[in-house]
Design a protein around this ligand. Structure first.
Ligand code: PLP
Length: 442
């Protein structure tokens, strides 16, 4: 018998759509996680973009703060919905020192619970329902919900390349890609309102050069389109000068934060997103940041931001961590070294197996091409291969479905959710699987 529907249409849609399509299988992998002595045949969940590499260091620091300091009075009361001033000052000091490398005014910041809510709030405040956000493909699948569910924006996956090898000198995005997208969107009767770039990128690990960002910013300002650069992986930078990987970057691009360009222009059309979820591996603390010189945007954010506000206790604890810049420096150095090591482990196996992949500059990922293992270049075969890899190796990857890209057989591997030792075991299993499967297929 059909159950009575007690929800709104929106509620019904929400009830019918799981957060992630791979949630069940992810839980299965988590329950059967690999441990060298107690569960040596266990699984490696490498699908959720988490960074566990240096949590111990951060945990010790937080525990020390909690032991040694009293919780201040203001923590128990309501605060500024866009982040209390002392927290925004700590964030501006941190971002200015480590990401943007220039001073940032705390009044250009608005904070809420994770980049997820920052993306939603920004979309809500900048665009009308039905407007379009253009995102170069492949890209983060959850953007669709973050811009769509509350703010009602449509996602346009901009195809700039098909093969991963076309990314070797950086993202091949040009102004004609943007102009053509604009034309196509307008012909469909909607408006190109936002361009979202992710740098370092999820899933490709690529970065935009400063020159490219300047050109794209010029175009967006001229067309009155909001350009937002998501630098959520901005400090997850791989050492591309490392002797073991240097050869993969013949014309190495240097990562420079979009915040520098924004500061020069102070434009109402240029914005930056950041979050502590990835570089600091604390996705559970839910801290996201919007940086913008658009005063109205920040005012609107503050006025309606209470539903998304970060707990004052979290703000207090993290402001204490972030204002200890000597600690943050040490943390980031350790993290970047550990990240580079993880990357090298994965890269070595892929090189050995001659699997095409994009040499990452940063992020928590490697984006690889397993299309050679597909019988048919379809979503269905890609899905089957993803399941087969998991069932035979225990390695849970993310298949290309949802990233909006034209090429089938692409997979994302999260390199920071397991230790270096675990990653080595996972890569050994993967190698064995690949060699067997490849000899069957070819
Ligand atoms: C590009 C991108 N933006 C936003 C998010 C969400 O971040 P948060 O946990 O801070 O909400 C993620 C998480 O994977 C991401 O990859």
């Amino acid at each position: 018998m059909q159950e009575k529907n007690h929800l709104s249409d929106r509620g019904q849609m929400a009830a019918g759509k799981p957060l992630r399509m791979d949630l069940e299988i992810y839980n299965e992998a988590m329950q059967n996680r690999y441990y060298p002595s107690s569960n040596p045949d266990g699984a490696f969940p490498m699908t959720v973009a988490e960074n566990h590499l240096c949590w111990e260091m951060l945990r010790n620091k937080m525990q020390e703060i909690s032991r040694n300091q009293e919780i201040p009075e203001w923590v128990a009361s309501y605060g500024d919905p866009a982040g209390v001033l002392t927290f925004r000052e700590a964030i501006s000091g941190f971002l200015g020192e480590f990401l943007v490398k220039d001073k940032i005014d705390p009044n250009t910041l608005a904070c809420s619970v994770g980049a997820t809510s920052v993306i939603e709030m920004t979309s809500f405040l900048l665009a009308e329902p039905g407007d379009t956000a253009v995102i170069p493909a492949p890209s983060y699948p959850v953007y669709t919900a973050d811009i769509g569910v509350m703010a009602g924006l449509k996602r346009f996956d901009l195809q700039t390349h098909h093969e991963v090898s076309e990314l070797v000198n950086g993202f091949p995005i040009t102004l004609s890609h943007l102009e053509n997208a604009k034309k196509e969107i307008e012909e469909k009767g909607t408006r190109f309102r936002m361009l979202i770039l992710t740098s370092p990128d999820n899933p490709t690990g690529g970065i935009y050069s400063e020159n490219q960002l300047v050109q794209i910013a010029d175009w967006c300002e001229k067309e009155e389109i909001h350009l937002i650069v998501n630098e959520i992986y901005g400090l997850a930078i791989i050492n591309v000068d490392h002797p073991e990987i240097r050869e993969d970057y013949p014309k190495a691009i240097e990562f420079k934060s979009f915040g520098r360009i924004m500061k020069k222009r102070q434009s109402p059309y240029l914005h930056l997103w950041y979050s502590l979820s990835k570089d600091f591996g604390i996705s559970g603390y839910r801290v996201g940041i919007l940086h913008s010189y658009n005063e109205q945007l920040i005012a609107g954010y503050r006025n309606i931001g209470l539903t998304h506000a970060i707990s004052n206790h979290t703000q207090w604890l993290l402001q204490e961590v972030l204002t200890d810049q000597a600690f943050v420096k040490k943390y980031l150095e350790s993290f970047q070294e550990a990240l580079t090591k993880s990357y090298i482990i994965v890269r070595q196996t892929l090189k050995k197996l001659k699997i095409p992949f994009n040499p990452s500059y940063g992020s928590l990922f490697v984006w690889m091409d397993l299309s050679g293992l597909l019988e048919n270049q379809t979503d269905e075969d890609q899905h089957q291969l993803w399941l087969e890899i998991f069932r035979q190796t225990g390695i849970l990857l993310t298949p290309g479905n949802g990233f909006g890209h034209s090429k089938k057989g692409m997979f994302r591997i999260v390199i920071t959710s397991v230790t270096h030792e675990e990653l080595e075991v996972a890569m050994e299993r993967f190698e064995k699987f690949y060699l067997e499967k490849n000899s069957e297929t070819n």
